[in-house]
Each structure stands twice: as structure tokens, then as C-alpha cells.
Design a protein around this ligand. Structure first.
Ligand code: F6R
Length: 241
């Protein structure tokens, strides 16, 4: 793991976006793994800026997303397909034919087979990642094991509470999701990981401390990845060290 401490979250996002842009300058049809949530929004903003400036071409880009809520259609503003379209896909001219994202409305087993079939036969060049307050990556919640493949998960109350900020009430937050497994994340050739905000302190301490790789804090597995760069702004990093 390589740790990069930046002056600001904006700088972390710009550096992350530049890594993504560089991947597509070298290989326009590369497969990138994408995350949703608040953290990557400025990364996508910077990728859109680069597309508009003509310094990178995402028209042939392929992507696969970490997760999606079960029971939300892609037209729902809280679905991750909707999020990805409005934050990135539709703004950089990506074709939905090249987009792999769990469909929360399909029979779950069928959907898992579709996603696992694709991921097993395609190599991810880069995975963009952040972390939940309980250390989850994707929706791999604290557990006794690490899962390899895409699977269905019950979301913890902590995750539902944290994500309820985007819904009108916690009751509306789905109770289950489909997520890429830790095995899929770890097979990406490169990982660009960023976090910000004091609510991520506990998780980031566990991710960065020596040793202690545990499924109780799933992000700690990143210690075993051969090319993972973590971007932390000074405000968060200072609280950790
Ligand atoms: C989303 C995802 C989650 C989020 C995490 C942090 O695709 O995989 O692991 O990265 O819940 O969410 P934010 O960025 O909203 O704090």
C-alpha cells in the first residue's frame, strides 16, 4: 500500500482522477471498477473536466460497478445506475453497452451469475474505492469471512443509517444489496482509494495500521494488494498519525 497525504480533499480527488485518465490514455477500452457514494463525486467531476478539455477519451471505456441496492430500479434517483449516469457515464460519452452494474430488479441469483461471469473473464485495469464508516469496501460488511465473488448482502444498521442521508427516511433505505466480493476487488491490477472526513477515522486507522487483516474491517485486506494507492487529505491523516 502506498499512502499519499494531500493538502485537501480536492487535491486527493484530482490525483485520483488523473490516475484514471492516464489509464484511458494508454488503453482507451480499459475496464475500470467504479464506486458510488459521496466520496468519488469530485473524482468524477475531474474526469468530466478532462473529457471536456479533450485530454482523455472515455468513449470506448468499459466499467463495472461495485454494488447496487436490491429492489431499486435504474430509474430511481437513489439507484447506483442513476448515480453513475448523472455523475459520469452520460457526461463523458460512455456507452451503456460497455457498463456493467448490478441490476437491483433482476432475480438475484441470475444477476450474480451474469456479473461473476463477466468479471471472471475480464481483467480490471483499475478499481476506484472508498470506505464505509464500519470499514466496508463495496458493500462487504463486517463479517467472519472475505467473499470472493459478487454476492447478496444484508446491509448493517450503521450502513443504512449513514446512507439514509440520501433518502427521505431510513425506512426507505433498502435492506440488502449486491456487491462485488473482496476477491474481485483484489484482482484489479491497480486500486486508487480515497477517504475524507472524521467519520472515516476509525476505518482508516484499521486500514493503515500494521498487520491485522480482518474481515471484521473488510478494508484491511487492501494491505495485501500489490498496487494500492491511498489518498488522504491532511485533515484526516493528521488525526490518524
Ligand atoms: C459504494 C461503495 C461504498 C462506499 C462507502 C463510502 O459503491 O462501494 O463502499 O464507498 O459506503 O460511502 P461515502 O463515500 O458516501 O461515504
Amino acid at each position: 500500500m502506498k499512502l499519499v497525504i494531500t493538502h485537501s480533499y480536492e487535491e486527493s480527488a484530482a490525483l485520483c482522477a488523473e490516475i484514471m485518465n492516464e489509464v484511458f490514455r494508454k488503453k482507451p477500452d480499459a475496464l475500470m471498477g467504479l464506486a458510488t457514494g459521496s466520496t468519488p463525486v469530485p473524482v468524477y467531476e475531474k474526469m468530466v473536466e478532462a473529457h471536456r478539455a479533450g485530454t482523455v477519451d472515455y468513449s470506448k471505456a468499459r466499467s463495472i460497478n461495485l454494488d447496487e441496492y436490491i429492489g431499486l430500479a435504474g430509474s430511481d434517483p437513489n439507484s447506483y445506475l442513476y448515480f453513475m449516469r448523472t455523475n459520469l457515464f452520460d457526461r463523458v460519452g460512455m456507452s451503456l453497452h460497455n457498463v456493467w452494474i448490478p441490476d437491483g430488479m433482476k432475480p438475484v441469483e441470475e444477476e450474480l451469475a451474469r456479473l461473476n461471469g463477466y468479471l471472471d473473464s475480464h481483467e480490471m485495469e483499475i478499481q476506484l474505492l472508498s470506505v464505509g464508516t464500519n470499514g466496508h469496501i463495496g458493500f462487504n460488511e463486517p463479517d467472519d469471512v472475505f467473499y470472493d465473488k459478487y454476492h447478496a448482502v444484508d446491509l448493517t444498521e450503521e450502513t443504512r443509517r449513514s446512507n439514509s442521508r440520501l433518502f427521505s427516511s431510513i425506512e426507505e433505505v433498502p435492506r440488502a444489496a449486491i456487491t462485488m466480493g473482496i476477491g474481485g476487488i483484489m484482482r484489479a491490477k491497480q486500486i486508487a482509494f480515497l477517504a475524507t472526513g472524521g467519520e472515516k477515522l476509525r476505518a482508516m486507522k484499521a486500514v493503515l495500521e500494521k498487520g491485522n487483516v480482518t474481515p471484521k474491517v473488510q478494508g484491511t485486506v487492501l494491505k495485501l494488494h500489490r498496487d494500492c494507492t491511498i489518498f488522504l487529505d491532511r485533515a484526516l491523516a493528521q488525526q490518524i498519525t
